[in-house]
Design a protein. Structure first.
Length: 576
């Protein structure tokens, strides 16, 4: 995503006379990016009903270490995921009864009568992104293990003394000894760097009040050094390491780890809800039930259901989205038929609908990958901004009479005043970028109109890192829609200006900066506008699809005012 806060470029002598503000998505930058594979249909993911029966009559609360023959898994014919997920669990006894329970389980990766392969055995075989999975004891020699590590290099390296299972650590002092902390007089978070595993373990110490913000920062930024799928595997491993222990402290660690896992699942982006992750999560539900953790299984299962429903609803909504009517004839009346504050309300309503759909990881990953498939809502919001801006330019420049153009420009200035009162900086800056674009700026305007526009342009003055805009944004109270172009620019600067690793460890100071940038956006998403939809105005907008391209705008601008005619400079242009 390119955020241009610089003079518009055109092949005329007026190029650069106006400040062009835009948010644009370049498809060319995607050529080297691997797309995120999503299941063609969630209905293809099978769910089966499994009856967990203990041959000895002790129920599912016993250990899984027993004989495989003591557990029978009865699977019916394949059914769709969503239909089966909605089948309520029929429980014959309560959780403490120990007599067994009939539950819904996803086991498409298992053969009839087989339990899922233990994560303890498979985690060591997984090549986890940037941070190796914990190595389980085996008969391999140290030389063989060293050779394997050389064949599978990772970004986060460990010294010989660090070759321990960090995911199994529970002592707080030992955990902190493996974390690089900031110096006494340094700014930033207490945690400066650490291996991916130790940062994860530190985040699971959720019962410590002093770690609340750290945990939030970790959950917000972990995708920059580990994939959601690998994180879920590691959390599953840490949970199963301690869940069967009679030790109270280890039990507490396992529950804290599970709560973090639930948060990870709850905050998965819909594009991340792939078939593989669904299988992995439902296998985890299966394991929980077989371990007798029925209440935890229900919690996780509900989160999975909610995510699947959200994805189904999104697909259904998109399929019903009406196509925008094409052509000027589809618009009832003119912009002057509506009050300025009513137009501002409807612009804000449309912005808000798109803004609230954006998931925080989309914004974070865009600065690193610029992948439209991984940031669909952000891409849609960006296209909306650009379409609105070009729609405003087209409306003005298509007016044949100078007085009509002047009248329309003044109308948009009034709309901007109301947008500012609504704290809608997105539409505000989309309109401002249109009014201050080179094809519009170069035309003849009344002195009062030009000077009035200059007052609004000070908000996006880039000479002091947008100090005026940042100050205005810091003072507003939600609801508010910020200009995402600057957020993306800040994230890009942090990403490019800071190394991912410090001495072979994950640079968490960098992630802390990213978290602080994203947290302000999250705060604005939590408070919604209460505006009523006006279908007449929405229909007039026509999805902002009826606008001219940049080249056509310049042709009309030159037709109205040829190149050989000089325009009176504004006070701002004379100063520069």
């Amino acid at each position: 995503l390119s955020c241009h806060l610089q003079p518009s470029v055109a092949a005329t002598e007026e190029a650069g006379s106006g400040l062009g503000l835009s948010m644009s998505v370049s498809n060319s930058c995607l050529s080297g990016q691997a797309s995120l594979t999503t299941p063609t249909s969630l209905d293809q993911v099978a769910l089966t009903n499994a009856t967990i029966l203990d041959g000895s009559g002790d129920g599912p609360n016993g250990s899984l270490a027993g004989s495989m023959g003591s557990v029978a898994v009865c699977l019916p014919s394949e059914s769709s995921l969503t239909d089966s997920l909605h089948t309520s669990a029929s429980e014959s006894v309560n959780d403490e009864g120990g007599e067994g329970e009939y539950v819904n389980l996803y086991t498409s990766s298992q053969a009839n009568g087989e339990l899922p392969l233990s994560l303890r055995e498979t985690i060591a075989a997984d090549d986890v992104l940037q941070d190796p999975a914990p190595q389980m004891p085996s008969s391999n020699s140290k030389d063989a293990l060293d050779k394997e590590r050389r064949q599978k290099p990772t970004e986060v390296t460990r010294s010989d003394e660090e070759n321990v299972d960090e995911l199994s650590l529970i002592d707080h002092k030992e955990i902190m000894s493996r974390i690089t902390l900031k110096q006494e007089n340094d700014d930033g978070p207490d945690v400066r760097a650490g291996s991916g595993d130790i940062l994860l373990v530190h985040a699971t110490e959720t019962d410590r009040k002093d770690l609340v913000l750290y945990c939030e920062a970790f959950l917000t930024t972990y995708r920059t050094f580990i994939t959601p799928e690998d994180l879920i595997k590691k959390l599953h491993y840490r949970y199963t390491t301690f869940c069967h222990s009679p030790d109270t402290n280890k039990k507490r660690v396992s529950k804290n780890t599970f709560f973090v896992l639930v948060r990870v699942v709850d905050e998965l982006c819909l594009v991340e809800l792939t078939e593989d992750i669904l299988k992995q999560l439902m296998d985890l539900v299966f394991t929980l039930v077989c371990s007798g953790e029925l209440s935890l299984a229900r919690v996780l299962r509900k989160n999975i259901l909610d995510k699947v429903e959200q994805k189904k609803l999104l697909r259904y909504t998109n399929s019903l989205k009406p196509l925008a009517a094409r052509g000027v004839s589809a618009r009832p009346g003119t912009l002057h038929d509506f009050r300025s504050h009513e137009i501002a309300d409807q612009l804000t309503l449309l912005d808000a609908e798109l803004f609230y759909k954006i998931e925080i990881p989309e914004v974070l990953l865009w600065a690193k990958e610029q992948n439209e498939e991984k940031s669909p809502n952000l891409t849609q919001f960006t296209e909306h901004f650009n379409n609105m801006s070009y729609w405003v330019r087209s409306l003005i420049i298509q007016q044949e009479k100078a007085q009509d153009r002047e009248k329309l420009l003044l109308k948009f200035i009034k709309i901007m005043k109301h947008l500012r009162k609504l704290n809608n900086f997105n539409s505000y800056l989309a309109i401002l970028s249109a009014l201050d674009s080179a094809p519009i700026r170069r035309l003849e305007w009344q002195k009062q109109t030009s000077e009035g526009l200059e007052e609004y342009c000070t908000l996006i003055d880039s000479s002091s890192s947008f100090r005026a805009y940042r100050a205005a944004l810091a003072e507003v109270e939600p609801p508010c829609i910020p200009y995402l172009g600057l957020i993306l620019q800040d994230l890009t600067f942090v990403h490019l200006g800071n190394p991912d690793l410090i001495d072979g460890k994950v640079n968490f100071s960098k992630r802390w900066q990213q978290f602080n940038i994203l947290d302000s956006m999250r705060r604005f998403q939590q408070v919604h506008y209460e505006l009523k939809r006006n279908e007449d105005i929405i229909s007039f907008f026509n999805d902002f699809s009826d606008h001219l391209a940049e080249e056509a705008l310049w042709e009309l601008s030159l037709k109205i005012k040829p190149r050989n005619i000089t325009r009176r400079k504004t006070d701002r242009e004379e100063k520069t």
